[in-house]
Design a protein around this ligand. Structure first.
Ligand code: COA
Length: 415
């Protein structure tokens, strides 16, 4: 079967996580992704967080599937020549170097556009234009600067970052979308363009609802869906909401049977207004269906803590999976807190190709997260990440280099 991005060539000048997430998606959709790495070293993540000495780390392998790897020292004259040929050969250049690195290498937007006017040049940077534009940025900096940390955690604790890599992988997703839009526009204009996804902006986009709440707070001085209501005072900015949903349908994380020993024996329970009578029946509080203090969503906001405490008395008598089964019968929205161990063995995720076992020639078998986006006419086959420089000769040959020229580049340590 053909692939959605078949025929598109991506010059993948990315490293670490944010950029590689983006180009991995493009590769899964069928693009030919050529990862350009520093000769001899490669992407720093190959050697980071290694679990097997001398073997590409899971950090690297899990972010670089379906790509080809070519080693070129792009700071040498001959290396720049290779890069120029690649720029002419490809549709998109994706990079996430520190600000200015590509210019210092001699490949400004103007220069790239001159070499290939159709090329889309896509960048992840920590910040957009402004006081921090020149800063190097990693995941948690973006989570902090994008509003996620100040709104995550508990009211009586410090700001908190989340395990979901919204700064890196979240920005990679945004960048991929920008690239596809630019490629579509190119079909009409014939011109490439710059695509920029700053990590701060991407995180803020994902924290959009908190900026919504900031404005609601400024207008009404209270957020009735937050756990601070009605007992504590609100300050001038959106507080941390713990595990409260904070949205239109109150929710909370509740203990289930076994919580004393299992750190993940919990369920997320949402008291959706539409199923409030069913919630009352399940927990044995039928009186709450008509009691004025509980009967309407507005009235319940004053009593969310005791309501969830009562529901928890019920959930604690069930395992999270038993509770799920009962609640699903009544269409009560809920979800088990799944550990990574449970997710790794979840049959449905295996069947859908979202959790995939991959074989690697050096590492052997390992688990990875496959393509979470499913296209009915472009199925994803997850192929292992490339070894460092595995495709250098193959790609150089495609670019028109002969065997002697390749040998000479190797002798001069350009590749
Ligand atoms: N051959 C020769 N040199 C190469 C090369 C190659 N194939 N590929 C990269 N380089 C050089 C670059 O030219 C640059 O050199 P310079 O600093 O002399 O100009 C250097 O390698 C890469 O630098 P940099 O991007 O600064 O790497 P770093 O490890 O110091 O910083 C980050 C890492 C992630 C902090 C930084 O790249 C960054 O802020 N990126 C943007 C935001 C981002 O994506 N962050 C999330 C990462 S998950």
């Amino acid at each position: 079967m053909s692939k959605a991005l078949e025929g598109y060539r991506i010059l993948d000048f990315t490293h670490v996580q944010s950029g590689p997430t983006c180009t991995q998606l493009l590769a899964w959709f069928g693009a030919d992704v050529i990862k350009v790495e520093k000769a001899g070293e490669g992407d720093a993540t190959r050697a980071q967080l290694r679990d097997i000495p001398g073997v590409d780390s899971l950090y690297f392998t899990m972010l670089n599937h379906n790509k080809r790897s070519i080693c070129v020292d792009t700071k040498t004259a001959q290396g720049k020549e290779v890069l120029e040929r690649l720029i002419r050969h490809c549709d998109v250049l994706v990079e996430n170097f520190a600000p200015g690195a590509l210019d210092r290498m001699g490949f400004s937007w103007e220069r790239i556009h001159e070499l290939n006017p159709r090329m889309v040049v896509a960048s992840v940077k920590g910040f957009g234009p402004g006081p921090y534009a020149d800063c190097k940025v990693y995941e948690n900096v973006a989570q902090c600067a994008g509003g996620a940390a100040s709104t995550t955690g508990f009211d009586d604790g410090p700001p908190m970052v989340t395990g979901a890599q919204i700064g890196d992988s979240g920005t990679g997703l945004h960048l991929a979308l920008g690239i596809l839009a630019a490629l579509l526009q190119r079909q009409n204009t014939g011109r490439g363009q710059k695509v920029l996804a700053p990590m701060q902006d991407a995180v803020l986009n994902l924290c959009r609802v908190k900026l919504r709440d900031q404005q609601r707070l400024e207008r009404n001085h209270v957020l009735k869906e937050y756990p601070q209501y009605p007992d504590s005072r609100f300050g001038s900015s959106v507080p941390r909401a713990g595990n409260a949903s904070g949205g239109g349908q109150p929710g909370s994380i509740l203990k289930c049977k076994g919580w004393e020993t299992d750190p993940n024996a919990y369920i997320y329970f949402i008291t959706q207004a539409a199923v409030w009578p069913a919630v009352c029946r399940v927990i044995g509080e039928e009186g709450w269906i008509t009691d004025g203090a509980y009967a309407t969503p507005e009235a319940r906001l004053l009593h969310l803590k005791p309501i969830f405490a009562r529901i928890e008395q019920w959930t604690m008598t069930k395992t999270k999976f038993e509770a799920m089964e009962i609640l699903n019968e009544y269409d009560i929205p809920c979800g088990p807190i799944l550990s990574m161990q449970e997710i790794a063995h979840e049959p449905a995720l295996r069947a859908s190709g979202t959790v995939v076992e991959v074989d690697h020639p050096v590492r052997g078998k390992y688990l990875t997260v496959g393509n979470p986006i499913k296209l009915s006419d472009s199925p994803t086959e997850v192929r292992r990440s490339p070894l460092l420089g595995e495709h250098t000769d193959e790609v150089l040959t495609q670019l028109g280099y002969g065997p002697e020229q390749i040998d000479a580049l190797r002798a001069q340590r350009v590749i």
